[in-house]
Design a protein around this ligand. Structure first.
Ligand code: HEM
Length: 421
């Protein structure tokens, strides 16, 4: 056992037992972050703050929520919204943060894509990030079911039905997921368990791994400049702070992040107080009714792009049913981002998109296309809407098929230095 001596203070007492000073050094005061980054690099910390808000507001809601198909709707819309003091506020905080967290996740993801932070040693950061995206999607979907309104019920019906498209095991899988032949009480209670326990635990674990996986390759920077972190850290510790290209995570990097978190929270509470309705679908204020299908069923805004990919093929092709093609395209859309580090064939060169002409065009086309898919995902898929949705779906698929080709061309013609030579 290590020698235990009389402690000089509380921190020293803890340090002798838990090596807290070493931990603080490794994770905070000597965890080096490049100086050359902008506010977009604060999104990771904004995400953590929003996740904490979701947990705290969720705990308050949990005190009154009842996971039973006969009680759930009233426990939310009557007890929490009208009877419990400030229950409405906690519900709005929870709903708005669920929506805003997806906006920030998309900004964080697209920042990573733009600056090439997903490759050359940073693959695990990207993969754990995508796993987080998947878990957050499951968390949002399971939470959406809990108020047991019309949209909760029908969204659950549509999404669980999708698993029926998997060959051979599809039908049995749908029943297994629902716990019944229809979306019913057993479905609600298991999604409740996932939402309040299992998925938050997995998310916490993944956040820890995501954060840890940054430790070795280090955070990227605006110019994607590669330098020796040890040398730069040495300069900083010797007092050459201006010359050094790095700053410690705590207190320098985080103090800047806190400013961005402050701005983000101001916008967030403005939305909670004045525009909370954007995060709540009016149809969901009607109790679930399995005999009455809503005129249009659509998911929350953050799933609309992939929902539109699912509906994009509205006609059969060469004898294959439209539904099956849509399902295959939807499956493709949901895994393809995960594979990004391996689809980019210009593996050795990390550079921001504005220094990669072909990739730059690819990046903006993808972003615009996903916005078009999102807008059309909310509209009824008829007439011109259906064709725009089809065009945007094809564009999405083609962009990802082209990615290995254009990045290989880029690698071959050394476009990375600012123009093809
Ligand atoms: C809620 C979930 C998430 C949390 C709490 C989180 C947290 C963080 C933090 C704190 C950083 C370091 C600082 C920064 O660059 O912002 C980071 C970096 C990163 N994250 Fe996330 N992240 C989450 C989700 C994601 C997702 C969905 C992706 C996309 C796949 C992703 C990809 C990345 C990448 C590529 C980096 C490295 C950035 C760089 O080196 O410049 N993260 N994340």
């Amino acid at each position: 056992m290590a020698e235990i001596r009389k402690a000089t203070g509380f921190i020293d007492w803890l340090d002798q037992r838990l090596a807290v000073n070493k931990f603080i050094k490794v994770m905070m005061t000597e965890y080096w972050i490049p100086k050359n980054i902008n506010f977009l690099w604060a999104m990771g910390v904004v995400l953590m703050v929003l996740f904490m808000i979701l947990i705290v507001s969720g705990i308050f809601l949990l005190m009154y929520y009842k996971p039973d198909i006969n009680l759930a709707f009233d426990s939310v819309n009557y007890t929490i919204m009208q009877e419990v003091e400030y229950g409405w506020l906690w519900r709005h905080i929870h709903g708005v943060s669920a929506s805003v967290i997806f906006l920030v996740i998309y900004i964080h993801m697209f920042t990573g894509i733009y600056y090439g932070s997903y490759k050359k040693g940073r693959e695990i950061i990207w993969l754990t990030g995508m796993a987080l995206f998947g878990m957050f999607s499951a968390e949002a979907f399971s939470g959406y079911m809990l108020p047991w309104g019309q949209m909760s019920y029908w969204a659950a019906q549509v999404i669980t039905n999708l698993f029926g498209g998997i060959p051979f095991i599809g039908e049995a899988l749908v029943v297994w997921i629902r716990g019944d032949f229809l979306v019913a009480d057993a479905t609600l209670t298991r999604f409740f368990m996932l939402h309040v326990l299992l998925l938050p635990l997995v998310i916490l674990l993944l956040i820890a791994v995501h954060f840890y996986s940054l430790r070795v390759p280090h955070v990227n920077n605006q110019e994607s400049e590669e330098f020796d972190f040890e040398d730069e850290a040495k300069k900083y510790l010797e007092g050459k702070k201006v010359e050094s290209k790095v700053v410690p995570f705590w207190p320098v990097f985080l103090s800047k992040d806190f400013f961005v978190v402050g701005v983000a929270l101001t916008i967030f509470f403005y939305l909670v107080c004045f525009h909370y309705d954007f995060a709540m679908d009016p149809i969901n204020f009607e109790p679930a009714n399995n005999m009455k299908t809503p005129a249009h069923i659509y998911p929350e805004w953050y799933f609309l792009w992939s929902y539109e990919v699912l509906r994009g093929f509205f006609f059969d092709i060469a004898g294959v049913a439209a539904m099956d093609i849509g399902l295959a395209a939807f499956g493709f859309a949901n895994v393809i981002f995960m594979l990004l580090p391996f689809l980019d064939r210009n593996t050795d060169h990390v550079a921001p998109a504005h220094k990669r002409p072909l990739f730059f065009v690819w990046f903006w086309l993808l972003l615009i296309d996903m916005i078009v898919l999102t807008v059309y995902g909310k509209l009824p898929p008829t007439g011109n809407n259906a064709w725009v949705g089809f065009g945007a779906t094809i564009t999405f698929l083609v962009l990802f098929i082209l990615l290995p080709i254009i990045t290989k061309m880029e690698a071959n013609c050394k476009c990375n230095t600012g123009g093809c030579k």
